[in-house]
Design a protein around this ligand. Structure first.
Ligand code: NZQ
Ligand code: ZN
Length: 390
């Protein structure tokens, strides 16, 4: 167990009854607000009208950046930064899923730079310490962006999808009402759920040697929560318990509570971001295709006990097996969850992906070195894993 600092200043309003506090929370920063949202889901489910009415009734001047894409583009964030500069915006309000919140973070950061270009921050690997304040209303349980310090921004001109991090990117306030996720289609529910699952598995649980028993059990609890509640949310979209469990699991998985004292890896995430950078696929689906193959690839005598423990505690694989046999059963259970329970198509070829860019993607995923983790991965390893996913 390593030393750590835990500091997450995000104030979360969780539940059905809190949106009335939105005007006061916004006005703490000023009365000029940029509302950032995606392709229209918040208009269809009524959230947009609620926000507009609350702002109008409370003397808040609302400006808008709409049309944020899934896998949000740097060019869209730059448009938002321009509005912020031109109008003297005091606070950015994101209403949507991870893409919308990430784009709003890009807007908030770029608005504080002289030329308003988020890509300079992203490509320069800048740790953002200055940004406009951000308030988030979450509608999709998935990325953890509502409570974390990261935004993932895409530049489709260069096939790059890169994380922008910084203490100033943590939302000041987040509203998490599980009812806002009732309208999520089953496919997005499945993809979001697997993203949550993979954050616990990939980032911390199978990241390396430094583990901390309390946190291992909390990471397992997050994964078990997804295994239990995702199929229920898919079958009963308006099941509040299911939506609430997934939403809080989303926040728990990446708000740094699960990583204190551990090491941090992200093998599947590094490999997946290349898939969405080149092919604009849905992040959680890419992760689901990669994860069981990655587990098979890294399985050996050394990794088998950890993979087996995951099978027992998360999927109820029998205890008392030889570690290698148990680990194989764990991987089988994980595959079954991804491709049968969540119903996600199992192969990259199902998403129109072939070998064309594998070499470039593998090299970029390793960023000039290796992806560190329970087993370090070289570009050649990553290429083989992509091939296993075909
Ligand atoms: O654009 P709208 O119309 O809002 O529709 C969205 C979009 O089409 C729709 N949706 C969201 N909430 C809905 C809804 N539809 C109906 N009802 C609702 N309540 O779902 C679609 C996908 O939305 P998106 O925001 O793209 O999904 P998600 O939340 O999974 O975000 C994915 C993005 O976040 C990044 C991913 O790489 C990807 O770019 N990530 C961000 C992270 C972070 N900030 O820390 C970490 C993650 O690992 C991830 O990389
Ligand atoms: Zn993710």
């Amino acid at each position: 167990m390593n030393d750590f600092i835990f500091h997450n200043p995000d104030k979360v309003y969780f539940g059905k009854s809190h949106l009335g506090n939105l005007p006061a929370e916004l006005k703490a920063f000023g009365s000029k607000v940029l509302l950032v949202y995606g392709g229209g889901s918040i208009k269809r489910n009524g959230l947009y009208d609620e926000i507009v009415t609350l702002c109008k009734d409370n003397g808040i001047e609302l400006f808008e950046l709409s049309g944020v894409e899934p896998n949000p583009r740097h060019s869209t964030a730059n448009k938002g930064a321009e509005i912020c500069k031109r109008e003297g915006i005091n606070v950015v309000l994101a209403a949507g899923g991870g893409s919308t919140i990430d784009c709003a973070k890009g807007v908030a950061a770029a608005a504080k730079t002289p030329d308003g270009d988020v890509w300079k921050l992203v490509s320069g690997g800048v740790w953002v310490t200055e940004a406009l304040p951000l308030v988030a209303i979450l509608t999709n349980a998935a990325t953890g962006s509502e409570m974390d310090a990261w935004a993932v921004i895409s530049n489709m001109d260069t096939n790059e999808k890169i994380g922008l991090g910084g203490s100033a990117l943590i939302p000041k306030v987040a509203f998490e009402n599980p009812e806002y996720s009732y309208t999520l289609p089953s496919y997005q529910t499945a993809c979001g759920a697997f993203d949550i699952f993979n954050h616990a598995l990939d980032n911390y649980y199978l990241a390396g040697d430094a583990t901390f028993d309390l946190l291992l059990e909390m990471q397992e609890a997050v994964m078990r929560t997804v295994v239990k509640w995702a199929p229920i949310a898919m079958n009963e979209p308006e099941n509040y318990e299911a939506r609430a469990n997934l939403m809080w699991a989303s926040s728990m998985a990446l708000n740094t509570i699960l990583d204190g004292g551990t090491v941090h890896g992200c093998a599947c995430h590094a490999m997946e971001h290349e898939l969405s950078a080149y092919y604009d696929i849905t992040h959680g689906h890419g992760l689901a295709i990669l994860t069981p193959r990655w587990l098979s690839y890294i399985l050996d005598e050394e990794t088998a006990p950890a993979i087996y423990r995951f099978g027992v505690t998360v999927f109820g694989v029998d205890s008392g097996l030889e570690p290698m046999d148990g680990a194989k059963k764990a991987i089988e259970a994980c595959s079954k969850f991804c491709f049968e329970t969540l119903g996600l198509k199992p192969n990259l070829s199902d998403l129109g992906i072939d070998t064309t860019h594998f070499k470039a993607m593998a090299s970029h995923a390793c960023a000039g070195g290796v992806i560190t983790g329970l087993k370090n991965l070289s570009p050649a390893d990553v290429e083989k894993i992509y091939e296993m996913c075909l």
